[in-house]
Every structure is written in C-alpha cells, then in structure tokens.
Design a protein around this ligand. Sequence first.
Ligand code: SF4
Length: 425
Amino acid sequence: MIPADSLPRLMHGASDRPLTLSQHEQAFTPSSNSTSLLDELEASGLTGRGGAGFPTARKARLIREQRGHSKFMVVNAMEGEPASHKDQTLLGANPHLVLDGAEYLASVIGANHIAVCVARDNPAAVNHLKRAIHERTRRSLRGPKLELHTPPWRYVAGEESALVHWLDDNESLPQYRPHRPHILKIGHGAVLVDNAETCANVGLIGRFGAEWYRGLGTADSPGSTLVSVTGAVPRPTVIEVELGTPLRTILATAHADPDPQAVLLGGYGGSWLSATYLDVPYCNEALGTVGVSTGAGVIVVVAKNACGIVETQRIVKWMANESARQCGPCAFGLPALADDLSQLASPSRDPQGAYQRLVERCQVIEGRGACRHPDGVIRLVRSALKVFETDVDSHLHGAACSAARSTRHYASVPSLEREEELIWE
Ligand code: SF4
C-alpha cells in the first residue's frame, strides 16, 4: 500500500526500469474498496491531465450512457507537446498503473476494446507498452482486449478527435466538433479517450479510493500531477508535485533559474506568466486568477537574457507547421502570425505595422478552426504581448531589446533549431 498523504504516488516504486507486473502488484497492493468506481471517481474530483481539465467521471458517465454497439477505451500517450516528457516518464516508470486505469475505465463504460496509443517515433515508450501488454495478456485472457497503436507523431495527432480519426480510418486529422461535449466514434461505437496520466490516476483511485486520493492537493484540485519543466534548467525534468504547490517551489525542485523573467505554462498552446506571480499555487483555481492554467503540465522557464517575442515567434512558427491545413484561418493565419512576430522583433521591418496586424489577426483567427490548435496559438501570442510588454515597446520604438542577439533559446523547437534563422537581418 502506498503511504497515505505523501509523494510520490504516480511514480511510486519508480527506478531506472519500468516495473514488471509482479513488481507493480507488490508496490500497489490493492486495498478492499467496495464502492462503485464511478462513484469513487466522482468523489475524487479527478480532472483530465491532457490539457482540457474536464472532470474524468463526467466524461466516463457520458460514454457509459450511450446505448448500442461496442464501445472503445482509448489511452492517449501521444505526448504531442514538444516540451512535455511526462507520458514517456510515466510509461518508463510504471506502464501497468496506466493500464490498470484503462481497464477500470473500460469496465465503467462497458468497453470490450482498449486501444493504447503512443507515437511510433518514441521507441522507448512503444517497447515499455509492448512488454507490459504482453505480460498482462499472458496472465489473463479475460477482460477487454488490449491493443497497442502507434500513429506518427505530430502536435495535432494527439488531439483526441484526430486520434480517434486515425484509429477509425488511418488519418490523423482533427474532426469538426461544433458542440462540446461531442461523442467521438469508431465505427458506430462510442469512444472514451483519456490521457495516460489521467489513466494512472484512475488506477490509483480504483485501488485506494477517493478519500485517500483527496489526502493530497486542494479541495478543487485534489491529488498530485506530473510536471515537465524545461528551459532555464540544468536539464529538462519531470517531477511529481502535489496540486497547490507554489510555482516557485516547483522551479526550485527542478533546479531552475531562481530569478527568471517569465514562465510558459500549459504547453505551446498555453500562456506566458510573468515571474512576478511565481508564488501562485500550481492548480487551476489559483492560476485562473492570473489568466493561465496547468494545461498539459508543462512549464518552460525563460531567463532574463531572453527576448520573449523571439521565444514566442519560434514557437508560433513551429505551431504553424503543425497545422493539419484543413481550415483556412489556421493554414494561412498561423504562418502570417509567425511572420508578424518576426517583423515586430526586427527594427528594420516595420514593427509598428506588424504589431497592428498581429492584434487584428488574433481577432480574425480566434474560434475559426475545426480544432483548438489555432486558439492555443492566439492565447500564446496575446499573453506574450502582455507579459513581454517591455520588449514589445523597445521593438516598437525601433530598438532591438537587450536580448535580441542572444543565441540561447529556452523554448525547445527541435526542427527550427536545425534551421538557420534569419530574423535578425
Ligand atoms: S484548426 Fe488547424 S489544426 Fe485544427 S483541424 Fe483546422 S487546420 Fe487542422
């Protein structure tokens, strides 16, 4: 049994090799829990850890209520965020905890199939899952059928409707969903998609119950969560934290720059937050008061020697390349936004005009995509204009900011790092 009220929970028993099934069962001895799992999930207050933060029990109940045809449980371990390594870390520590949660959820909704999805470009995670699924299927042939799927990695491939689209007919394109919640289907069967970390939390709640789960965290954000910390850190790291821990404590645990300029929270479709707010607790109810959220559990730390507009421009340029190009405002609007940011940061290229266009374009693009990819980019750009106001001001007055020629970038964008960027001509 995991000791009550202490960390780690999700990473309990972790070493440099994934726990085998018998090691996992030893580390997580089940307690006798007679209440229905759905009731426990509801009482636990667990919300999805993939980014949207939707209540897990409500999502499961919606699919459970769908009648007819066989249903599917999908585990989303695609980890489309380039700054996130938490799914990979979790699968490298204990893939069975994720699979426990998937099996619990399959039993709640009445699914006969569990599809576990991990990007084929992530061979370590693919191998951990292959081994874990093999161990489980050798142990028992009863229960839902567990299958591993390996779609190609792309930012939008991990969007849940794109994932279901891929499982249904091999295309990684997000589906148009005018109303939320929207029931996704494979064939005629309703599908429940949950992120890998969400499933691992369900695995804990299924074993130890809601009351135990609420022993950590806040009343509105119970439990613990994994956070990927990158940027101004000695090395990118994933740490498990109690929800409600001050941001400053998380940065200190990751050995991050203790006096940064800002942090990007939530991922590349998230928002910048000035370092003035580092004492805010890491949970959505507190972060919401300063206009940000935990999102996909990513924190990118940006030091004082960086230009926030350049950091943002690099991310937007990469996000523009990741558009599935189904919708005009996204396919044409995002590259245009990246170009505006580039011009804003270049004293010789009409920064005033670029700023005006940026503001107008954000209004035109917002809410016009089939998925939320462009809205995430707009959120990022708007937060950059606010948080890096001083940099914007310098650029608008024809001066490069003090960090303009720094070669160090904090938001990692691998494909762009290989290109020769000529934004400072
Ligand atoms: S909004 Fe962009 S990423 Fe989303 S479906 Fe449309 S083109 Fe694709």
